[in-house]
Design a protein around this ligand. Structure first.
Ligand code: FMN
Length: 201
């Protein structure tokens, strides 16, 4: 079928290099982390290697200004996870008309340029308001474009996010559930195609 990677190549690549799902806030009990778990379940169904990293797990030592020059060991390990990931699937809430400051700080802690150069990236926005994180995602797109990332065109926005989950963390909005599932399918195909050194010769 046109547009679909040969299965053998796709599974080989994905088995070696996971998609890193990044929950883009350190706020406890965040909706971003709830969404990260939904994305992880989608990748699980697809048989695609994946990991979740929540910014709530950021090493505390990086919040000392000395971390710009000297990365603590936990940040070095995290840096490696970013480099090894075949793609980054980022969930961002909207805070004050933008993405969370801690997400920018995380980006600033990662190596330039190799962390995002030709790195496939997908975005989910979520917010209490009606724009569903549109501003947060579009501002992130500006940064990732500057950093020469390959951005999946299909973005998902979740307005009124506080009303979208039941008590068990299950999504109650079928349309958004379908959009997230489709986005994962597309990113699973897109990431191995566009990640430079892994393109077939
Ligand atoms: C610091 C802060 C700023 C916020 N600013 C906005 C905003 O500008 N627009 C909006 O729609 N919601 C805003 N909200 C509400 C969040 O979008 C909402 O609480 C969302 O669930 C936060 O995502 P999280 O649960 O992943 O942290 C803000 C929340 C916080 C904590």
């Amino acid at each position: 079928m046109a547009g679909v990677a040969p299965l053998r190549y796709r599974l080989h690549t994905m088995a070696e290099r996971p998609i890193l799902i990044i929950s883009g806030t350190n706020r406890p009990n965040s909706n971003a982390l709830r969404i990260a778990k939904i994305l992880a379940a989608n990748y699980e169904r697809l048989g695609v290697a994946h990991e979740i990293f929540s910014l709530a797990e950021l090493p505390k030592e990086i919040f000392d200004g000395s971390a710009y020059a000297n990365k603590p060991p936990a940040m070095v390990a995290l840096q490696q996870r970013v480099l090894e990931a075949i793609g980054l699937h980022i969930i961002t809430p909207e805070y004050n008309g933008s993405f969370p400051g801690v997400l920018k700080y995380f980006i600033d802690m990662l190596k330039f340029p190799e962390s995002f150069e030709h790195k496939p990236v997908a975005f989910v926005g979520e917010a209490a308001g009606v724009w569903g994180g549109l501003r947060a995602v579009e501002q992130l797109q500006q940064i990732f474009s500057y950093r020469n990332a390959h951005i999946l065109p299909d973005r998902v926005f979740m307005p009124g996010v506080g009303t979208k989950f039941d008590g068990t963390g299950k999504l109650t909005d079928v349309a958004i559930e379908e959009r997230l599932a489709k986005q994962c399918e597309r990113f699973a195909r897109y990431a191995p195609h566009v990640s430079g050194p892994h393109l077939p010769q």
